[in-house]
Design a protein around this ligand. Structure first.
Ligand code: ADP
Length: 472
């Protein structure tokens, strides 16, 4: 099958979250499975091109309403062919996303740039797989602007997070080259256009990144105002968990950690713990469990619960906390205050650092994700593989991938709290700390997690089935 991927992120070149990891793994899986795949992403000025042999391939002009952009298309790597769109007027902003008045045009240029490039390259996709609001107008564009050229092409929109919708003033509609009648009229009347909504209305298929989240987004509680539209298209909405790139994320071969280990020999994990604590200047005691956090620090991730729960837990129990993240100043401040209040026990690295993320997965004993909602979540999947027991709120992909530990049956892979409140989080962390004190039980729990398999070989097949259904 010929599949065109269009997205705003691709690890390791341009990443703010899980979308980048999916883009780095799913297209290569499909390429290996024999499909003819093309990938289009922006060439942001933040992309480190030192390991990216860029070959100038095309020059194209993209008109967007009254604006016109010249794009140089570079071919990056070949497995599958991956194209980077160079347009400094749009993509040289020092970061991936902005709140600039032309934000919509930045990603319209990506969508049109991808389609026009495919035309030049003679690539007629069977499926256009667009991701998030940045690619969500593709279904409309295909149907209304290329009805003949792309009449056999089906579109799949994957929603990685429903809360990022691409909502713009109605005037942005004029830059889409699309007729105003195609936009949701009531919203247009209210002075807005919403790119994700348009994708939900026009895509042939809609997917999101876990079965539970696929249900949640159809409820008023998690629907972010779009639940009614998703319910109306319920039969086309599927949830497919993200896979893990175990080449990158497994303790047997991780390039970023000092000591490798495997389920049958966990010695390396204890040494990684020592290295992790040393790197943050914290004292090490093998008996004291270490709780890890790696996250964007935004409201979604639920760390508001740490105040006062985490202060209280640190006062009452023996454990250490290592946290890596950046984001909202109030949450960065919360972690800074934890580190100041417990200087020997809490380490906080403010920033984005891939190698430290790996070391935390490898060196911590437990990993906490108190997300208010979580479309899929990747870190709990990494944690399972690294024998780092996840403590999660029962929501979205966390609910689908972590099973509550049962000491009676010896089954389960982590600790799962149902109610997103102080008591729920404290209960789960205290249950984990109590279990840690029983080494036999803890080992069993670690092994249960390490035996889980969320590889792309499994998850990618589910996407192939969706493509087949769409094109049948
Ligand atoms: P989201 O996409 O909502 O941020 P996911 O759990 O799906 O959440 O994906 C997060 C990804 O980003 C993981 O690969 C995680 O390791 C990485 N990550 C998040 N914050 C940081 C950080 N501060 N430093 C390094 N990696 C991070």
């Amino acid at each position: 099958m010929k599949v065109l991927f269009v997205a705003s992120e691709l690890a390791p070149f341009a990443k703010t979250g899980g979308l980048a990891d999916v883009m780095a793994a799913l297209p290569p899986y499909l390429h290996r499975a024999g499909h003819d795949v093309r990938v289009f992403v922006p060439l942001y000025d933040t992309v480190d091109t030192s390991n990216l042999p860029l070959v100038r391939t095309l020059e194209i002009d993209v008109p967007l309403g009254e604006h016109r952009y010249h794009i140089t298309v570079f071919r990056g790597h070949d497995a599958p062919p991956t194209y980077f769109l160079y347009c400094p007027a749009l993509f040289a902003r020092g970061r991936l996303y902005t709140s600039h008045p032309d934000e919509h045009r930045r990603f319209l240029a990506l969508a049109f740039g991808a389609l026009l490039s495919c035309h030049e390259l003679g690539f007629v996709p069977d499926v256009i797989h667009g991701h998030d609001w940045q690619a969500a107008l593709l279904p409309m564009i295909v149907k209304s602007l290329f009805p003949r050229e792309l009449r056999g092409t089906r579109t799949l929109l994957t929603i990685h997070n429903l809360n990022y919708q691409g909502s713009f003033p109605a005037a942005a509609g004029a830059d889409t080259n699309l007729q105003p009648e195609l936009f949701h009229q009531e919203l247009l009347g209210a002075g807005r256009v919403n790119f994700l909504l348009q994708g939900i209305l026009f895509a042939d298929g809609i997917s999101t990144v876990s079965p539970t989240y696929a249900n949640e987004i159809q409820t008023a509680e998690h629907g972010a105002g779009l639940d009614g539209f998703l319910r109306a298209r319920s039969s086309t909405v599927v949830g497919i968990l993200n896979g893990v790139d175990y080449q990158e994320w497994s303790p047997e071969r991780d390039r970023h950690i000092p000591h490798h280990y495997r389920p049958s020999d966990l010695g390396g994990k204890a040494r990684n713990k020592q290295a992790l604590l040393a790197s943050l200047g914290l004292p090490h005691d093998p008996q004291v469990p270490v709780l890890g956090v790696v996250s964007r620090l935004v409201g979604q991730k639920g760390f508001g619960l740490f105040e006062p729960a985490m202060f209280d837990l640190l006062r009452r129990h023996r454990f250490q906390l290592v946290a890596l993240g950046s984001g909202e100043p109030a949450l960065e401040d919360l972690f800074s205050r934890l580190a100041q209040s417990f200087p020997q026990r809490v380490g906080f690295y403010k920033g984005f650092q891939n190698s430290l993320a790996h070391l935390i997965e490898a060196g911590a004993d437990m990993f906490v994700m108190p997300s208010r909602y979580e479309p899929c979540g990747l870190n709990q999947l990494y944690s399972l593989r690294y024998g780092t027991v996840p403590i999660v709120h029962r929501t979205g992909g966390l609910a689908d991938t972590v099973q509550q530990w049962s000491p009676r049956t010896g089954t389960g892979t982590g600790f799962v709290f149902a109610h997103h409140d102080q008591a729920g989080l404290s209960w789960a962390i205290e249950a984990a700390l109590a279990t840690y004190r029983d080494p036999a039980q803890w080992q069993r729990l670690m092994h249960n997690g390490m035996a889980q398999d969320f590889s792309w070989d499994t998850q990618g097949k589910l996407y192939e089935l969706v493509y087949e259904r769409l094109t049948r």
